[in-house]
Design a binder for this molecule. Structure first.
Ligand code: B12
Length: 212
């Protein structure tokens, strides 16, 4: 197997020790954290595809998720420590209602904090009212939603609608991402931006804050 696929395959096979040792090698070799995250993401996507084909089961996804969290703990200092410009802007971030996937949302949160945003993390399964309350209280420049389940499309639309109903949509940039998100979802649900990766989230928030 080619060296660049070893990490992906180790993650798919849920080999925690091997994954962490390969990640440590990459960190030592100076590979950027975002690149390591992207490689791990390929492994998680492949794990999900195997689950979709009935080749592995929920416990495998859970173990994969736990390994990914351990990797994030190893990468944390790199994700959180970049050339920091202290922004004054706030971002409200959460996984939408009925969705408990949090790994991608946490990576986005860490990377935004890394470039100086104040991120209010609403956690997982966050109902529209929780987003509305946070936007009202913290007046963020950006609201970000993470969605991994296609069954949660309506949660994305309901969250944007609730924010509009509360008259909080003006001056708020809304972004959506996660494995189930797309440009089409963003458009249909009334979001301003769809981002494929955490780096896209950081670039969009930076543009909104007027720094990129
Ligand atoms: C691990 C995992 C789990 C774990 C989650 C652990 C955790 N703490 O998060 C557990 C076991 C809990 C789980 C449960 C379920 N899961 Co699951 N899971 C996965 C898996 C394999 C990996 C997800 C992951 O962490 N990826 C790695 C992270 C880094 O990627 P990411 O979240 O996409 O984030 C990146 C980008 O998308 C982006 N991003 C993320 N959020 C945002 C937000 C913004 C604003 C922006 C700009 C960018 C952005 O940045 C990140 C880094 O670049 C996926 C497969 C996949 N393709 O995603 C299935 C998957 C999402 N799960 C799936 C399913 C079906 C389920 C269950 C319904 C299974 C069941 N029968 O119970 C439950 C649902 C639970 C619920 N109510 O939410 C399906 C969804 C299918 C669909 N079309 O809806 C998938 C796609 C697997 C599959 N192919 O069938 N799951």
């Amino acid at each position: 197997m080619a060296e660049e696929n070893e990490l992906v395959e180790a993650l798919v096979q849920c080999q925690e020790d091997k994954v962490r040792s390969l990640v440590k090698d990459r960190i030592a070799a100076g590979v950027a954290a975002a690149e390591i995250v992207a490689e791990c993401n390929c492994g998680m996507t492949e794990l999900g595809e195997r689950f979709g084909r009935g080749e592995c089961f929920i416990p495998d996804l859970m173990v994969g998720g736990m390994i990914m969290k351990a990797v994030m703990a190893d990468l944390g200092p790199m994700l959180e420590k970049q050339e920091t410009v202290q922004f004054v802007e706030t971002v409200v971030m959460g996984s939408v209602q009925h969705d408990v996937h949090d790994i991608g949302k946490d990576i986005v949160t860490m990377m935004l904090r890394g470039v100086g945003f104040d991120v209010i993390d609403l956690g997982v399964d966050a109902p529209p009212e929780k987003f509305v309350d946070a936007v009202r209280q913290h007046q963020p420049a950006v609201m970000g939603m993470s969605v991994l389940l296609t069954t949660c499309y309506k949660s994305v639309a309901a969250t944007v609608d609730a924010v509009k109903q509360a008259n909080l949509r003006n001056n708020l940039a809304v972004m959506v991402g996660g494995a189930a998100a797309s440009n089409l979802l963003a458009e249909n649900a009334g979001c301003d931006f769809y981002g494929k990766t955490a780096v896209d989230a950081v670039k969009f928030a930076g543009r909104v804050a007027g720094v990129r």
